[in-house]
Design a protein around this ligand. Structure first.
Ligand SMILES: [Zn+2]
Length: 105
């Protein structure tokens, strides 16, 4: 499991079996802080993993969506607010010059 020093926030990987169920005093090798850790102190790596995947999927979706807009332009539904943002960014929604190529739709 992973425990975190409450003083300097350094994270340590500790063998779960070394921490008894009643907890154990541990010393930070970075700053010398001594604190009592419990098995419950474990930082959930599961929620971190979930967060990683949610962000990854979200970013991938946004990139694919913007890619579709660049390729298909106004043939796919785009919210007006996004059109304004994309036009500000120089994406030729209504056709025009993209990466040196002329686009017409
Ligand atoms: Zn520390």
């Amino acid at each position: 499991m992973i425990i975190q020093c409450p003083n300097c926030k350094t994270k340590f990987k500790v063998d779960n079996n070394l921490i008894p169920s009643e907890g154990k005093k541990v010393k930070c090798s970075q700053c010398g802080e001594i604190w009592k850790t419990n098995r419950d102190d474990e930082i959930s790596s599961l929620s971190g993993l979930w967060l990683f995947w949610i962000i990854t999927i979200l970013l991938t979706s946004i990139i694919i969506y913007i890619g579709l807009i660049i390729v298909y332009g106004n043939k796919i539904p785009i919210p007006q607010i996004l059109i304004n943002i994309l036009i500000d960014l120089g994406v030729p929604i209504e056709g025009g010059n993209l990466f040196g190529r002329n686009f017409s739709r």
